[in-house]
Design a protein around this ligand. Structure first.
Ligand code: AMP
Ligand code: ZN
Length: 467
């Protein structure tokens, strides 16, 4: 079945056609590790995980690169202001390197708790400074750069299609900005490729370069690292919608100017998670972390379920009530699954065809630009349809869960984790019952209970449950 994705480049839903058959190269902009990631950031990482799982479900082998931005970037998108890592360092009293390591670790733990499949490779910006310098040299040789007192800049006026991703009105922006912008930048949209360290101060993170000691601009790491691991042109690039006008626009400018080839075929962007007062952001100071949710009695998978319920291109308003309702739905789903496993009821004639129709509905939903809310609805229809045997329904649900990632099958392993001694006692008890030795059967039931299990009689034997 064909897979359709909404491409920000062109703003249309397009059939996904990979560069190499059966393979998908994917780059996702990762966390800036000067602070914890908030649940808004994780909404984006979850959307990217849904995308990756849909690709895998469709049979693609996914080569996924995610960067870790551990180099200091400036607070504003306009290459000005303080350095985020240095601010983090001042706030916590740790070195910038310690900060990066700590927040990277927490980010990875949270991702794992949310059952996000790790990328093929995490690439730390500070591990690839050489590649970033090489790319700036490439741009310099081709005449795209100029030097100011504070760094090496990219001249965006030299590209006829600058801003195509964001559909920027570049000329309009220039007109409007003439009065207020007074830096040495030639054009308002020009951006730093390399920033010089301040003359009067040593930075914790700085490197030598052909242009002087300093540190890379914010965007160059993604262009350099994606090129290294995915090639000059690759299939998919993702991030949150805030990256469209500046970060991704500038990645495209650098990469295409350097290689002379198209950078990325499909750009996908996730909408924000918002609170009542707008976008959740780190700069607000207070924000919700995954730990805030778990401290309040929710599991990471409750949040995952919540995110499945809103299409990735729609704004999502966070509230504790909605999270509570996601938690309840997930619990109900697990109860249904448990019942199906326990009772294993038969279906009615024609169940295989009905099951396959559901599978088709499911694939149509996920392949229609990741329509997860609809895919969830299909799963709930399966849960409710008792004309299909429990066994077949479970097969479908577990198959769908390859995309949802709710660990629905895991419950099974909890159930079969019963110690051998308990099973032996239950077997002895079954024998005693068939031999009508009810006294022994009762004694064995008590013994099983003392070991933390309850045995229930069933038509075809017995069932064990953990107390
Ligand atoms: P950052 O660590 O700020 O670079 O952000 C990591 C990812 O989270 C990026 O893809 C951002 O676009 C995304 N992001 C930031 N804020 C939000 C939000 N409130 N909702 C959803 N995604 C966000
Ligand atoms: Zn990036």
């Amino acid at each position: 079945m064909k897979l359709y994705l909404f491409n920000t480049l062109g703003r249309t839903k397009q059939e996904f056609k990979p560069i190499a058959e059966g393979k998908a190269g994917m780059y996702t902009c990762g966390p800036t590790v000067y602070n914890y990631q908030h649940i808004g950031n994780f909404r984006t990482f979850l959307f990217e995980d849904f995308l990756k799982r849909v690709l895998i479900y469709n049979g693609y082998e996914v080569n996924h690169i995610m960067n870790i931005t551990d180099v200091g970037h400036l607070v504003s998108d306009a290459d000005e202001g303080e350095d985020k890592m240095e601010i983090g360092s001042a706030r916590t009293g740790k070195t910038v390197w310690e900060i990066a390591e700590y927040y990277t670790k927490v980010f990875m733990e949270d991702s794992e708790a949310l059952n996000i499949i790790p990328p093929t490779r995490y690439t730390k910006a500070t591990d690839y400074i050489k590649e970033q310098i090489e790319m700036i040299k490439c741009l310099e040789e081709k005449g795209y750069t100029y030097i100011t007192t504070d760094g090496v800049y990219f001249d965006t006026s030299l590209l006829s299609d600058y801003g195509k991703l964001a559909q920027l009105d570049v000329e309009g922006m220039q007109e409007g900005s003439r009065v207020e912008f007074s830096s040495e930048k030639r054009n308002k949209t020009d951006f730093a490729l390399w920033k010089f360290s301040p003359k009067d101060k040593k930075r914790q993170m700085e490197w030598d370069s052909p242009w002087g000691t300093g540190f890379p601009g914010w965007h160059i790491e993604c262009s350099a690292m994606s090129r290294k691991f995915l090639g000059d042109t690759f299939d998919i690039h993702c991030g949150g919608i805030d990256h469209i006008p500046v970060h991704h626009t500038n990645e495209i400018a650098q990469s295409e100017a350097c290689t002379g080839k198209p950078f990325v075929n499909y750009w996908l962007h996730g909408a924000f998670l918002e609170e009542e007062d707008g976008k959740m952001s780190k700069s607000k100071g207070e924000f919700l972390r995954l730990k805030t949710l778990t401290d309040n009695g929710f599991s990471p998978l409750d949040f995952r379920y919540l995110c499945l319920g809103t299409h990735y291109r729609k704004r999502m308003l966070f509230s504790w009530e909605l999270l509570e309702s996601a938690k309840n739905s997930l619990e109900r789903l697990r109860q249904n699954i448990k019942r199906m496993r326990d009772e294993n009821l038969p279906g009615r004639e024609g169940e295989n065809q009905r099951a396959e129709l559901y599978r088709t509905d499911f694939i149509e939903s996920i392949n229609d630009d990741l329509n997860m809310p609809q895919a969830l609805a299909v799963m709930w229809e399966v849960v409710r349809n008792n004309t299909i045997s429990d066994k077949l329904r479970l097969e479908l649900i577990y198959d769908f869960d390859r995309v949802f990632g709710l660990e629905l099958e895991k419950e099974k392993s909890h159930l079969i984790e019963i110690p051998d001694e308990v099973i032996e006692l239950a077997e002895n008890r079954l024998r005693a019952r068939t031999e009508k030795n009810f006294k022994l059967a009762d004694e064995l039931r008590e013994k099983i209970k003392s070991m933390g299990y309850e045995v229930a009689d069933k038509k075809d034997g017995y069932e064990l449950r953990k107390l």
